[in-house]
Design a protein around this ligand. Structure first.
Ligand code: G4P
Length: 197
């Protein structure tokens, strides 16, 4: 098991409805050393890519993306969730549907911060159905920039997002892939992956 899988096993809580609660270390209270470990691991996994910008979506992707950007020594941009409508022109806009929350957000990035010269690594904390990632990909492509890869902390391997993104031909690296969980026993099954420290 890698460092993130071990932490999920220790401190993650399986809730009914296939929800994994990780709010004691990842998306409410945050273990900043764990963020830095993830930053180093993404740097290692994407070492062959000419990344000059990290992109994420608010809120809980921001902390991980900051660590990745610090390790790569590049700027980090986060897409904002917005309800405003009068923003086209200066902004790239994507509609992101949330199956979990049953709502749709517009996500926006200023045209100032993404250009055709950019080689972007997209980072997020969770991958479930993949709507957030697809919104971010569409924003990068609208800017004429290049998606060099996508880095996820926890992928829910039994939901469709990972398969959809990989089938589109993108390089997707998830530090932990959860293939199953049991709310009664608390058991979490991880997909076998290359072993990291
Ligand atoms: P998608 O983005 O992959 O399409 O997923 P979905 O719509 O299903 O997820 C909506 C939100 O729920 C996302 O956060 C996602 O990170 C989160 N989520 C999905 N499954 C789980 C889970 O098992 N455990 C936890 N803790 N979160 C999960 P969000 O509302 O967009 O973001 P944020 O503001 O918290 O970053």
């Amino acid at each position: 098991m890698n460092f993130l899988e071990e932490r999920i096993k220790r401190d993650g809580i399986v809730k009914p409805g296939n929800v994994l609660k990780v709010d004691s270390f990842l998306n409410h209270q945050m273990d900043v050393h764990l963020m830095d470990q993830m930053g180093e691991e993404f740097k290692r996994r994407f070492a062959d890519k000419p990344i000059n910008k990290v992109l994420t979506i608010e809120a809980s992707g921001i902390a991980i993306a900051c660590s990745v950007a610090r390790c790569l020594n590049v700027p980090m941009v986060f897409a904002k969730k917005s309800k405003s409508i009068n923003i086209e022109g200066e902004m790239y806009v994507a509609e992101v549907e949330s199956f979990t929350h049953k709502n749709t957000n517009q996500v926006i990035v200023s045209k100032k911060f993404l250009t055709p010269e950019d080689h972007v690594l997209i980072i997020d904390d969770f991958l479930a159905n993949g709507c957030a990632l697809q919104g971010l990909i569409s924003i990068v492509e609208a800017a004429g920039a290049t998606v060099e890869g996508l880095g996820i902390a926890i992928e829910k391997g039994f939901q469709i997002g990972g398969r959809v993104i990989r089938n589109l031909g993108y390089r997707l690296e998830s530090l932990a892939i959860v293939d199953g969980m049991d709310a009664e026993t608390g058991e979490i099954i991880f997909r076998e992956q290359e072993c990291v420290e």
